[in-house]
Design a protein around this ligand. Sequence first.
Ligand code: UDP
Length: 310
Amino acid sequence: MTHILVTGGAGFIGSHLCDYLIKKGNDVICMDNLFTGRKESIEHLLRTKSLEFIEHDIIEPFFLGHIEQIYNLACPASPIQYQVNAIRTIKANTIGVINVLGLAKKHHARILQASTSEVYGDPLEHPQKESYRGNVNTISRRACYDEGKRVAETLYFDYHRQHGVDIRIARIFNTYGSRMALDDGRVVSNFIVQALRGEDITLYGSGEQTRSFCYVDDLIEGLYKMMEQTEITGPLNLGNPEEYTIRQLALLIKKETKSVSRIVESPLPEDDPVKRKPDISNAKHFLGWDPKTPLLDGLRKTITYFRSVL
Ligand code: UDP
């Protein structure tokens, strides 16, 4: 049994990770400030003795007892949410990251950072390998997240070089599945909710921009494997390399939900990346990891989830 801290543990990915770690027989402390995370997502785990919930923002200093591993997922991750309070988003990725790295140093704990494909910005290399250094606009509305996550990676490596902290960095690409918030603003949840309610499906821009969508169960396995192996620190891409235009996604969701919704174009947000697709050769090689869930299968499960909560 390992004593594990999951920050952002009541969020979409965090709550699935807590489920997985507890199923593996670990003791989990789930820390969340509940800004985007929701207690309902971990309610079923609160009844077990294996999970302790602490409502806390990692921006504020904190101390804990014995910890062997830390997964740092604490940061709002959807563009709408991380722009609500941009300065707070930067604080989570700087002050908050320094706090969790300090904790890892104190406890000699291994620490995994949930980094992001956003570190590549609007990429000029396609697909994106980990060696690609990115194309980020430092002054855009997305920069609080993109640049925040970039400096977080820098902090991890500085703590690693200067203090010998045992780090792992996973760059997570677009992920979807159950427990995404209805009003999260991300494309998969928006389209499914709009389609099920018969509202207009809002295609930002022409819908020709692409993304590659990873089903949450696949991602969780990747995160776990990344944490458990001892060969590499990363950064390592985790995502599903199947690439779709956003228009294709809208059509697929409309068809699968048998929706009467219209697909309407609306303004494209500032600095919206034109394309995104991970090169996952390193994840395949070092982790033996490959996402198993095709988009259609994952979407069907996600649609079933949203039907149950609407
Ligand atoms: N998008 C869209 N309609 C929506 C929400 C998002 O067309 O209702 C587009 C968005 O402009 C982007 C893509 O879908 O090109 C993915 O957006 P999301 O916010 O899910 O994540 P991102 O990859 O941009 O962080």
